[in-house]
Structures are given as C-alpha cells and as structure tokens.
Design a protein. Structure first.
Length: 89
C-alpha cells in the first residue's frame, strides 16, 4: 500500500533533482529519503529514478508517479483543510 510520507519524499527528490538536496530541504537524513524511495520502487516494481554518478533523472514511471502524486497530495491537503475548517466552525 502506498504511504503518503513515501510520496512526499519522492516528490521532494523529484523536485530537488537529488536525494541529498531533498533530505536537506526536509531536514531529514539522506538515508531515510533513499529508503523511502527504494520502498516505493519495490512496491511499484520499477525504478523511479535513473541514478548516475552524483545525478539522478526520473524514469518514465517516475514522471507518471510525480503527476499522480501531486494530485493525491493536493487532495489530501484539501481534505485536511476542509476538515479543520469544519471543526473550527
């Protein structure tokens, strides 16, 4: 089952174009980011990034997941704010 935290880490790596940069932005250990992305790759059965010496590039599956992840995370954010507004009101 997909984990929202895994998706958030994946999106961060995708947008930062690197595991180290994503980890720094999220203020977590790089090993944690790498582990989360690896878990997603195992779950989905395909690499999400091509790893080159000190550089990464998204695979076609990574590009597809990124588009879907943005929508899913946006929906979750909207749901959370809607629920919080209703709770406050």
């Amino acid at each position: 089952m997909l984990d929202l935290r895994d998706l958030r880490y994946f999106v961060a790596v995708f947008e930062a174009r690197g595991f180290g940069r994503a980890a720094a932005q999220m203020k977590v250990a790089q090993s944690n980011v790498s582990m989360r992305v690896l878990r997603l790759e195992r779950l989905l059965g395909a690499p999400l990034f091509e790893r080159r010496h000190r550089a990464i590039a998204p695979t076609p599956r990574g590009e597809l997941l990124y588009r879907h992840a943005l929508r899913v995370l946006g929906e979750v954010e909207e749901l959370e704010s809607t629920m919080l507004r209703r709770e406050a009101g």
